[in-house]
Structure formats: structure tokens, C-alpha cells
Design a protein around this ligand. Structure first.
Ligand SMILES: [Zn+2]
Ligand SMILES: [Zn+2]
Length: 333
């Protein structure tokens, strides 16, 4: 079964909203249960098509999905889709809940999914993309017990050894790790002294992460560290100068009254370094300049940088300045 939402709808990843809608309509019509009575396969396809369009047809969800997809790995390979907010429920229902626990039932992985961490990245790195290096404290296999956690293994009586307990029903039923055995399916008579029975210890790992351009607060990347799946949730630091709205970058610059009246040129910070911005004579406070193509690039489309002009009036004047302003006043402008 294909797990790629674009493939499910048979469109390319650059498909426009109209193309998506058309592809969805055609497929939904063809596979609709009314048109295919008693055809279970068609019904399944219909559900998948609807769920795929539910995400790709919503610009916000599509962007989130694209981010995960661009993380460099198949967002659904080998694990649950924990950590994607409200999308996870849809993903789980589509692709089957609770793929095996990558940590062998670690207590560090609630929900039976991959290990999750959160890191903070600079605003500009998130907007432009780039690489961040971090030392992360992660659970790794305990060397003393080789991950066994101890000795005297017995099958867990609560879950019967499956390590998981199901809740909910039908299409949206979910699996949870068994509380009695921590999701491992067994209990131990004698626990390992080094790891306390979990089979894992904490270790500092140097990690290099590729951040896709246009990553936002909450974007989750999937990566593999020492053979373990790790979901890295990004928190984007605020910038003193920039704010972001979708693909556009906003900022404001301040000039003196004389600069606004007579015109000037400024070096304005952009994501790619400083760029000259010309202010024409007589530019009014609050004017917004659009620096085309200086915003965030996402799905091959470039945003703009919008610069709002603020004019700072003098608060105290020297005697000479006062006389000059008096002269200006007399001219009536
Ligand atoms: Zn151990
Ligand atoms: Zn159990």
C-alpha cells in the first residue's frame, strides 16, 4: 500500500489546489461505495482518497505534511506518526496504528511511537533552511544487560505479551503501551542495576540535522540516530527584527524626518544579508515596501519581505535646529 498522499491522489507534489480537487473528485467518484456496492477494496480506497484529500486539500495541513515529507525520510517508515498534532490521528487510521516500538518498549516512548525531542533553532535557519548541530541526550541500549533489562523474564499477565492494549473502536481505534510491562510484553524478576530494568541508559549523542527551508514552529523532522527513530520537533526562536507570515517576512525600519522628506537609501537586513532599499523623497510614515523574492522559499515559491517605514521625529532640538524648523514652519510645509 502506498503511503504517500500525493501518490494516493495520483498527482505530483507541486499540484495546484485545483488539480488536487479535480484528482480527488475523479477518484472519489470512481471508488465511491454507492458506485461499487459490496466492493470492500473500493471502499478502502475511497477512505484513503478522502483522508489524503483531507490533508492535501487543506493548505495548512498540506504545508505541515510537506515539511515532514521533506525531512529527508519517509515520514511513516517503520513507526507511528506520533508528534504531528491532529494529523497523527488521521495518519494512524490510514496506515494502521502502532508499528513496532523502535525502543523495544522503552518507557521513554509514550504512545508506542518513536522517541521525541524538541530543539530550538534560530529564526533565519528555519526560514532559509540549513544544518544545525546539537548534542542530544538520548536513550541507548544498556551495555551491562545488552538491553535485556535484567533476568527472570516472564510474559506480562496484563497484555499477554503483546505489550499493547487497544482502546477505541473500528477505524479510529488506537493502541497504547501496556502500563504493567512498559510496553515490552514481559516483566523481570531481577532488574539490571545499571539501567533499572529499562534496558536503556541515557547517552549524549552529537547530531547533525538538516532543516528544510520554511520550517516553522512545531515542524517535526524524522531522523535516525544510532539506528533509532527520533522525531525532532522544532521550536523557532523569535527574531528581534523579523517576523514571519507564511512565506512573507515582515520587518520595520526607522528613518529621521529629514530622511523621509528628502529621500535616502538604507541597508536593510534580509534572510540573505543586507540589501539596499531606496526611500523616495516625501515617503509617508507607515509606507510598506515590498522586497520581492526576499521571503521564505517553500515548494519552489518565493515569498517577499515587507518593510514598514517608521519616522522618528526629534524629541529635543538644539537652538540651530529649532531655528531651522521655525523656517520650515514659516514656509507652510
Ligand atoms: Zn541494563
Ligand atoms: Zn504488558
Amino acid at each position: 500500500m502506498t503511503k504517500d498522499l500525493y501518490e494516493i491522489l495520483g498527482v505530483s507534489e507541486s499540484a495546484s489546489p485545483d488539480e488536487l480537487r479535480k484528482a480527488y473528485r475523479d477518484l472519489a467518484k470512481k471508488n465511491h461505495p454507492d458506485a461499487n456496492p459490496d466492493d470492500k477494496a473500493a471502499e478502502e480506497r475511497f477512505k484513503r482518497i478522502s483522508d489524503a484529500y483531507d490533508i492535501l486539500g487543506n493548505p495548512e495541513k498540506r504545508e505541515q505534511y510537506d515539511m515532514v515529507r521533506q525531512g529527508g525520510h519517509d515520514p511513516f517508515a517503520g513507526g507511528g506518526a506520533e508528534g504531528y498534532g491532529d494529523l497523527s490521528e488521521i495518519f494512524r487510521s490510514m496506515f494502521g496504528g502502532g508499528a513496532g516500538n523502535p525502543f523495544g518498549g522503552s518507557r521513554y516512548s509514550p504512545g508506542g511511537g518513536a522517541y521525541q525531542i524538541e530543539i530550538e533553532i534560530p529564526f533565519v535557519t528555519a526560514a532559509r533552511g540549513g544544518t544545525v548541530n546539537r548534542v542530544l541526550t538520548l536513550p541507548v541500549v544498556c551495555q551491562k544487560c545488552k538491553g535485556a533489562g535484567g533476568s527472570g523474564k516472564e510474559t506480562c499477565s496484563s497484555c499477554g505479551g503483546t505489550g499493547r492494549i487497544s482502546s477505541g473502536q473500528g477505524f479510529f481505534s488506537t493502541m497504547h503501551p501496556c502500563a504493567n510491562c512498559g510496553g515490552r510484553g514481559f516483566t523481570l524478576k531481577k532488574k539490571c542495576s545499571a539501567c533499572g530494568g529499562s534496558g536503556e541508559v541515557r547517552s549524549n549523542e552529537s547530531v547533525s540535522l538538516r532543516i528544510p527551508p520554511g520550517a516553522g514552529d512545531g515542524t517535526t523532522l524524522r531522523t535516525s540516530i544510532r539506528g533509532k527513530t527520533v522525531l525532532v520537533r522544532l521550536r523557532v526562536k523569535q527574531d528581534r527584527f523579523f517576523t514571519r507570515q507564511g512565506r512573507d517576512i515582515h520587518c520595520s525600519v526607522t528613518v529621521t524626518a529629514a530622511q523621509a522628506v528628502l529621500g535616502t537609501s538604507l541597508m536593510v537586513r534580509t534572510l540573505d544579508g543586507k540589501v539596499k532599499l531606496k526611500i523616495k523623497a516625501g515617503t509617508q510614515p507607515g509606507t510598506v515596501f515590498r522586497m520581492r523574492g526576499r521571503g521564505v522559499v517553500h515548494n519552489g515559491v518565493k515569498g517577499d519581505q515587507l518593510v514598514t517605514l517608521t519616522v522618528k521625529l526629534p524629541v529635543s532640538l538644539s537652538e540651530e535646529q529649532r531655528l531651522l524648523w521655525m523656517k520650515i514652519k514659516e514656509t507652510g510645509s
